[in-house]
Structures are given as structure tokens and as C-alpha cells.
Design a protein. Structure first.
Length: 513
């Protein structure tokens, strides 16, 4: 972080302009102290000029910081008019770990000079869950996400498709089903890369903007099971007239695991590695060496994982074209990630080609010892046609060492972090139906679950050779049991009552006796 502060002095003339337009909201749900801005930066707050503050602390209210800032990277190769036949590599950044800068502009491009209609960060705790109208006077428009299809609102990872840009349509006259709220607290914003004035000084503008618009949703829970996790979902649209080639979505997390007020000292002894024990989790983790004031302060792990990526078309996967026939694709259908690396201050990417090559370098990070670390993920490459939309999701998770004492990064010591990630993935890919459970109970199948009523086990209607994630909800809409099964599910610990089982995008009603 010392290197970062020195660099900030050099870019103060830029940050003054950006800071004046940034809107920030903080999470109050869950156990993670976290914030987001309307320009693609997360876990980081500009206070004006060269003043800034890292905002990712865990647990909430402690002095234990884990990440100084983070945000989206999006890379593409684009044919530049009047140049050679070789497309130019370009990368836009919601967070540059060298400077803390974002290159992105708040609001939707279609809003133009009326960008205030969409430029804010919308905080669900400030809006009526029934009408979507503000309950806090500072909000300038109604809640932006409305339900167009009652069945779609039960999918957590598909729920952010219905962002209504027209503020005059954000009401029940247009959307009789009402506004959509997914978690205990949703933070929603939209931004784009079209304003070259927001790019950093000294950056070549050749080929920019790439031409993308990004809708970002953050989900957090008060529920004890997921209070130490949050999800950041990105829906990206190619609003340009160009076909973007070999695109890659990335997320950068500027890891600074340090005890406040010794943040500068603590930023230099962090360790990072990809969780190779189960690559399907797309997860890496970071911990501190505890020799700069962190020892004895209950530090644990931060995990950064990629929960969702798009899928290639079936007919010709080598074309790298994206599918668009379903709301959500199973993990085995998705393109996945190709890169998970730990940058340092000394080897940070400093230009377009370097950043792009890092996104697609194909390396999975092993522990290389302590340093000032930054995590960078990169998806497998894909073709992005004009007007196409794709979705990515990232999870931040936190856990204490499973063995007790200080974190050591071993497989045994990260067991609790891994389990939290597995549970989160199960919930993400199962149907999240806390809003619709009572309606779905009326229409769910009952004959295919047996025995029904049941006291010990229920048997899935469609048995498989692979594990299928499931979620069981009670009639109040609370998740009471999650897991994976090929055939039978143990329900012996559930109280007597009526329940709803979601598995493989289907719902089944059963009675526990």
C-alpha cells in the first residue's frame, strides 16, 4: 500500500474529477463490512481528492481489513479502423490496483445527460419491498429491478436480467408482480466505458471505448449460514457495433490483510494461492504471515471465487460464440476460468497488452510466499457480438482457520472456507425462492416424491449418477437444508411440517411426519 499512496500523489488531478461524481453505498446486512461505488469499484471509498479508504473488513466492526479495493476487468481484442489486420488487445478496469482508479462512467449510456436517473447505487434497504418506492428521501428514482416473469424471480443468478432503465416504468402499473429483491440487502448499479475523460492520464485512447455496459448486483445475507459471504453479479452487454474477439472477464482484488491502524505495514506480508484441491470451485484464497502486527488478532482467510461464467454454443465450441437459450447454465456447461494469479507491486500489469495477457495467461497461482498481493481472475476467451449480453458472478467468502491459531494455508486449515464456498454454490445454482415458496407450493409436484409423507428419507424422482444440488424450504420461505444427492435425501432432522424441495430447476412438495 505504500507504493499505492506514492502513486496517488501523481494522479491527484484525475482523482479530484472522479471523486466528485462517485456515489457509494455500504452493506449493513451480513458480517462483512463492504461498500460499492457506481463506477465499478468495490470495497473502496473515495473521500475526495487523493483521500481514500479501504472498506473490506471482517468480521463487521472489527479492525481486521482483508481487501483494500477491487473491481471488474474486461479484456477484448478489437479491430481498429485504419490499422493492421491484427486486432488490438484492450482492457478496461473498474479498479486499477496501481492507482485505485476506475475507468468506468456511472449510469447507462442511453440516459445521456440524464444519467442521474440510473447513475446511483440503489440500496434495497432504502426502498419499499411492496411498491419499490423510496422510503429514504435522498433517492431520486424508484427501485430499478422489476419482475416481468414470476417464474424467473426464483432464480438467484438470473434475477438481475430485468433492470428497468426507464424510471417512469418503475411501478406496478407496468410490472404488476412488483419489484424484485433477492437477498437481505441488494446493492445495484450500472456503468459503462464510453467516457474517455474518465480514463487515467497517460493512457493511450486508441481503440477505446470497448463499448460495454455493465449492470452490477451485490447480494448479502443476515442468515447465519451465509453472513460471511457476498455475491457480486455482473451482467455485461456489448453496446458497440463491433464484434469483440477473445474477450475475458476478470475480477481483481487488492489484498491487504492488516490490522488497523497498521495498514501499510500489514499490506506487505500476504500470501495467495489457487485452491487446486478442487478446481471446480474456481476459488483462490489469501491469508497473512502475521509478522507485521496481525498475530493474535483472529485473522483468517478471504476467498475469491468465480461462481458463474457464460456457456459456448453446442454446434461449434471452437467459434467461442455464446449460448443464449437458457437463463442459467450448469457449471459443467460454462466456459469457466483460465487464469487465477497473484500480482505484486513489482510485477503489476502496466499497459494494455500486459493486462490482457495476464487475463488469459492460463496460470493457476501457487503460494509464492509473502508480499503485497493482488488476486486476478480471468475467464476463458469468448466471442462477443453486438447487442449480446452475458453474465458473470464472483463470491467473496471469509472463514477462520479450521485448525485454530494462525492461518497457514494448508488444506486442513481452509476446510471451513471451502465448505462455505460449496454451500454458497449449492444455494446459487438451486432455485432461491424465499419470495415465491407459498405460490410454488400450490403448483409443485407431489406424486414423484416417495415416500410422501416421510419421516427419515425422501427419494428423488429422477435418479442420477452425478450429485445434484438441492435446497429445502419451509412454508415461510426459509432455507432449512441444502446439500447434494444422487437419489436419497436425509430429512430426519427436519421438524414436522410441509416443505418444498428444489432440485434440477424443479420443485416438489413433501410432508415430514
Amino acid at each position: 500500500m505504500k507504493n499505492f499512496i506514492l502513486l496517488m500523489v501523481l494522479v491527484v488531478s484525475v482523482t479530484v474529477v472522479v471523486a466528485d461524481t462517485v456515489d457509494t453505498e455500504k452493506l449493513t446486512a451480513g458480517n462483512i463490512q463492504f461498500s460499492t461505488a457506481n463506477n465499478g469499484t468495490v470495497g473502496f471509498i473515495w473521500k475526495g481528492g487523493a483521500s481514500f479508504d479501504g472498506q473490506t473488513y471482517w468480521p463487521r466492526g472489527s479492525h481486521n481489513m482483508y481487501m483494500f479495493g477491487g473491481g471488474i476487468w474486461f479484456g477484448a481484442r478489437k479491430q481498429i479502423s485504419g490499422t493492421s489486420n491484427t486486432p488490438k488487445p484492450l482492457v478496461i478496469m473498474g479498479y486499477n490496483p496501481n492507482s485505485g482508479q476506475s475507468w468506468l462512467t456511472p449510469g447507462a449510456v442511453a440516459d445521456g445527460s440524464n444519467s442521474n436517473n440510473t447513475a446511483n447505487v440503489y440500496n434495497s434497504s432504502k426502498f419499499s419491498a411492496d411498491t419499490g418506492t423510496p422510503i429514504v428521501g435522498t433517492e431520486v428514482a424508484n427501485w430499478p429491478i422489476w419482475i416481468t416473469n414470476p417464474n424467473e424471480k426464483t432464480f438467484l443468478s438470473a434475477s438481475n436480467h430485468r433492470y428497468e432503465l426507464d424510471v417512469d416504468k418503475r411501478n406496478k402499473n407496468y410490472y404488476s408482480e412488483g419489484p424484485l429483491f433477492v437477498s437481505s440487502q441488494d446493492l445495484v448499479t450500472v456503468y459503462n466505458d464510453n467516457d474517455l475523460g474518465n480514463y487515467e492520464q497517460g493512457v493511450s485512447k486508441s481503440g477505446y471505448p470497448i463499448g460495454v455496459e455493465i449492470k452490477q448486483n451485490i447480494y448479502a445475507w443476515n442468515d447465519k449460514k451465509f453472513q460471511d459471504a457476498l455475491i457480486i453479479s455482473y451482467t455485461i452487454t456489448n453496446i458497440s457495433n463491433d464484434t469483440l474477439r477473445d474477450c475475458s472477464f476478470g475480477f481483481v482484488g487488492d489484498i491487504d490483510i492488516a490490522r488497523k491502524p497498521y495498514l501499510s505495514e500489514g499490506a506487505t506480508n500476504d500470501r495467495v494461492r489457487f485452491y487446486n484441491e478442487d478446481p471446480s470451485l474456481n476459488m483462490g484464497l489469501a491469508w497473512t504471515d502475521t509478522n507485521n502486527g496481525e498475530s493474535g488478532s483472529n485473522f483468517g482467510y478471504i476467498g475469491i471465487s468465480v461462481l458463474e461464467t457464460p456457456a459456448y454454443t453446442f454446434d461449434n465450441p471452437t467459434s467461442k460464440r455464446l449460448r443464449n437459450d437458457k437463463l442459467i447454465y450448469k457449471p459443467k456447461e460454462q466456459i469457466g476460468i483460465s487464469t487465477y494469479i497473484g500480482l505484486t507491486v513489482e510485477n503489476d500489469a502496466m499497459n494494455d497488452g500486459d493486462r490482457y495477457n495476464r487475463l488469459l495467461c492460463g496460470k493457476m497461482q501457487s503460494d509464492e510466499g509473502p508480499g503485497d498481493r493482488r488476486i486476478l481472475t480471468g475467464s476463458a476467451p469468448f466471442l462477443f457480438a453486438p447487442n449480446e449480453t452475458c453474465r458473470f458472478a464472483v463470491a467473496l467468502t471469509f472463514a477462520l482457520p479450521s485448525k485454530g491459531g494462525e492461518a497457514d494455508g494448508s488444506t486442513e486449515d481452509v476446510a471451513d472456507l471451502v465448505q462455505l464456498n460449496k454451500d454458497l454454490r449449492t444455494m446459487y445454482y438451486a432455485v432461491y425462492s424465499s419470495i415465491l415458496v407459498n405460490e410454488r407450493l400450490k403448483h409443485s409436484e407431489t406424486l414423484n416424491i416417495f415416500p410422501n409423507p416421510a419421516s427419515e428419507y425422501i427419494t428423488l424422482p429422477e435418479q442420477s449418477n452425478t450429485l445434484s444440488p438441492y435446497v429445502i424450504y419451509d412454508i415461510c420461505g426459509s432455507s432449512v437444508q441444502t446439500g447434494e444427492s444422487m437419489s436419497k435425501i436425509d430429512i430426519s432432522e427436519l421438524p414436522t411440517g410441509v416443505y418444498l424441495l428444489f432440485v434440477d430447476s424443479k420443485s416438489y412438495k413433501f410432508v415430514k411426519e
